[in-house]
Write a protein that binds this ligand. Structure first.
Ligand code: ZN
Length: 454
């Protein structure tokens, strides 16, 4: 049996070597969004595959239509034993605005006990502690109690394009009983959490076209219907005064989750936290729903951008030829992204000013996902993380989406659980992303110990 003490011991003995590998991993500028960084992403994948191979895992660098996938496994526990698939990503977000970084984003630097670098948390720090947790079992000469597989992709920050296209082929290879997504947050400092789901997403772009060209607002004023006006009138019809989305069928598949079930998930932030963290004083959502409910259990419809006409310096008295809006929805379980997208498109077409030309583009969406609270992996992660922190772990839901997760669940047949030691102020996706070795170690201990509990 592997205890927390065994793992702690190993970690402290190998601390400097662990940190060295962590820093090496962080030095690759593996920005997946920018094609100019393609070779650096590939080098990062090669390094990671080699690192895992040297750790004693059967490792493959798998080409995809996008960036390569690092796949590794240890199936020595045998076919009678459950299989755990760990998911993470080696790609990172772009660094802009670059001038706001206090130290260079790809030269990991320690300040006040934190490691500053792009990817320090998301997701290099997180997936690396999970890799070390598995390798440590092998290095200590213990046989792994379950079969272990790793799927570490290079395009999580770029819609997982390559992995999506490979799932049909790779699904069988990655078949597992449990899927551990190591890309989530903890509840609060020294307060661990198990993440049991996220929302789905669907997005659309709508354009209203009133004329061939921009028009003089005097010569054509009172004649032409202004597309900007038509657009804001149209968009305003999307909600009623209570904040309920007016698109027919929008809530048809939404299950009203009773308070008792909702309260099994911890609420991380209240109005004061949002006001303090980002200055929010006006709150959206449907009337009569709590913030927790609105953020985790209800779908949303948001206007992500509106444009049309002249927005430069000074005035230009113009009736624009066209106006556009970008719309997206966060979806809850049972809502079908394609159906919801189609309903919104139809609503927009039916409610636009007669005669105004309307174009709607619907992008591919993804579904919400949920883990099982009673699954063995959920219980193992909950118990391990509670032991590590010395406090009871929380169960949480995320309002955000990880598009690949529901598809991975489908392709591999596994039950999902999310874990992580990120915090809201780690500045992931922003300048000065940082993580600390204390939380890195907590993550390592949690995964290492959970293996023993599976
Ligand atoms: Zn991530």
């Amino acid at each position: 049996m592997m205890t927390i003490a065994d793992l702690k011991n190993w970690f402290s003995k190998h601390r400097s070597e662990i940190k060295e590998e962590y820093f090496r991993f962080l030095r690759f500028a593996s920005i997946s969004a920018d094609p100019a960084y393609r070779d650096r992403c590939e080098h990062c994948a090669q390094w990671l595959a080699e690192f895992m191979r040297q750790g004693g895992l059967q490792t493959e660098l798998i080409s995809t239509p996008g960036l390569p996938l690092v796949y590794a496994e240890d199936l020595s526990a045998g076919p009678q034993t459950p299989t755990l698939l760990l998911y993470g990503h080696y790609d990172v977000q772009p660094i802009d605005p670059a001038e706001l970084w206090i130290s260079p984003p790809f030269e990991p630097t320690e300040r006040n006990g934190s490691v500053y670098a792009r990817g320090a948390v998301d997701d290099k720090g997180q997936i690396l502690y999970a890799i070390f947790a598995v390798l440590c079992w092998k290095k200590m000469g213990r046989s792994l109690p379950v079969n272990v597989k790793f799927c570490i992709e290079g395009e999580e920050e770029s819609h997982s394009t390559g992995l999506f296209q490979m799932l049909e082929i790779l699904g069988k290879k990655m078949r597992a009983d449990y899927l551990l997504v190591v890309d989530f947050d903890q509840f609060d400092r020294d307060m661990p959490a198990v993440s049991l789901g996220g929302r789905g997403l669907v997005s659309l772009e709508v354009t209203l076209i009133g004329s061939h060209t921009d028009l003089h607002s005097g010569l054509y004023g009172g004649v032409a219907y202004n597309p900007n006006r038509a657009l804001v009138e149209l968009l305003a019809k999307l909600w009623d005064a209570e904040g309920r989305v007016q698109v027919p069928g929008f809530y048809d598949d939404v299950v009203d989750v009773p308070e008792k079930e909702r309260s099994m998930f911890a609420c991380r932030y209240g109005k004061e936290d949002y006001a303090k963290a980002c200055g929010i004083e006006a709150f959206g959502g449907e009337k009569g729903r709590t913030l927790h409910e609105a953020n985790c259990f209800r779908p949303t419809l948001e206007l992500n951008g509106i444009s049309g006409g002249y927005t430069g310096a000074g005035m230009k008295t113009v009736i624009p030829a066209a106006a556009q809006a970008k719309i997206s929805c966060r979806l809850v379980p049972h809502q079908n992204p394609e159906t919801i997208g189609r309903s919104i498109a139809q609503f927009l077409r039916q409610n636009a000013v007669p005669g105004m030309k309307i174009e709607v583009v619907q992008h591919e969406g993804d579904s919400a996902f949920r883990g099982e609270r009673t699954s063995k992996l959920t219980q193992a992660i909950a118990k391990a993380s509670s032991e590590v922190a010395g406090v009871e772990c929380r169960y949480i839901l995320s309002g955000a989406s990880i598009p690949i997760v529901p598809e991975l669940v489908k392709a591999t047949g596994a039950q999902m659980v999310g874990m992580g030691y990120g915090l809201i102020d780690d500045e992931i996706h922003a300048p000065n992303e940082h993580f600390d070795m204390h939380r890195f170690e907590q993550g390592f201990l949690t995964v290492g110990r959970a293996l023993a509990l599976l």
